[in-house]
Design a protein around this ligand. Structure first.
Ligand code: BDR
Ligand code: CA
Length: 315
């Protein structure tokens, strides 16, 4: 099995990513950590505990930092709703919050692991940035970071910046300069990793409470996300499953194509705060630190997700 830690800010697509991770036997999820992003830390950890309990998983869930390094937190309530999970109503969590902080738990899990661990990160990189500052020695225990964030071309928060990096560019800068290999599922890829409203009808047809909750969550997401023709056709009916890509890549890398580049984070910038600057033409001569994904076998990706829903529906 592939040992992983999932660092997230649930978040509608974050819980979809958790759902896929729970369903895949290849993964050994050692820890879930939460951070502020789509909503506050208080809400993201609550959502992670509630969803993980709902999915009948027994996994340690640890609380990360409360705010980005320097910037004030700007949550995405207009996309993910006031609770962070749209209009989904989950039973109260049975899983407790870990007594360890996210940083301590990540450090301990990494240090005590015999094999290197894959970090799956689907939020701003605040916790991982803090981990690298506090305990740089754990970097050698990380196989790579499968990261949903950034965009080589076109942002969803500013004209050039993707939301996760926008929230905490300083943390992202530390992570991108850390020397740990990064696989970046940025918007270039994730806007192609969608399911359509028509396809969602297949999930609804399962006619269970679980299927209803998941479909309505996805519909909430599409209705609250800005859609543009820039990345795909029929964009008005496409539900982009950004965070799912970061999990899917770890289990089935063959579904994705990408290339290695030197990538740096613009931490300030008059217009470009949080931009992932990709050195396509090798202008800097600096080492290639990131595999930037750009293409997905969408049909296989969709099937993988729907199979995961069906499996969890039966539990
Ligand atoms: C990313 O931003 C968040 O709103 C989503 O959960 C995803 O991680 C997409 O830009
Ligand atoms: Ca997220």
């Amino acid at each position: 099995k592939i040992p992983v830690i999932i660092d997230c800010d649930p978040g509608i697509d974050d819980v979809m990513a958790l759902l896929l991770a729970f369903a895949r036997e290849e993964l050994d999820i050692r820890l879930i950590t939460t951070e502020p992003g789509n909503q506050t830390q208080e809400k993201t950890i609550y959502n992670a505990r509630a969803f993980t309990s709902f999915m009948k998983q027994n996994i340690e869930i640890a609380r990360g930092l409360d705010t980005p390094f320097f910037h004030q937190l700007e949550v995405a309530a207009e996309v993910h709703g006031e609770s962070g999970l749209g209009d989904m109503v989950l039973p109260a969590p049975t899983l407790p919050e870990s007594s360890r902080s996210a940083i301590d738990a990540m450090k301990d899990v990494l240090q005590s692991s015999e094999e290197p661990i894959v970090l799956i990160a689907t939020g701003p990189l605040t916790n991982i940035g803090a981990l690298f500052l506090a305990h740089p020695e754990v970097k050698k225990k990380i196989r790579y970071i499968s990261y949903m964030g950034g965009a080589a071309v076109g942002g969803n928060t500013t004209p050039t910046t993707e939301f996760n990096v926008f929230v905490d560019p300083h943390a992202a800068d530390i992570v991108f300069r850390s020397g740990v290999p990064i696989v970046m599922s940025g918007l270039d890829l994730t806007h192609k990793s969608f399911v359509t409203l028509e396809e969602i009808a297949e999930v609804e047809a399962l006619e269970t409470e679980f299927a209803r909750q998941i479909s309505s969550l996805m519909k909430f997401y599409i209705h609250h996300t800005k859609q543009t023709p820039f990345h795909e056709e029929n964009y008005e009916t496409n539900i982009r499953l950004h965070d799912l890509c970061a999990v899917s890549y770890v289990v089935t890398p063959e579904l994705f194509k990408g290339d290695e580049y030197h990538v740096e984070i613009e931490i300030e910038g008059r217009l470009t705060r949080g931009t992932t600057v990709v050195d396509y033409m090798e202008r800097t001569g600096l080492p290639k630190n990131v595999k930037v994904l750009h293409t997905v076998d969408r049909e296989a990706f969709r099937k993988q997700f729907f199979q995961a829903i069906e499996k969890m529906n039966r539990l």
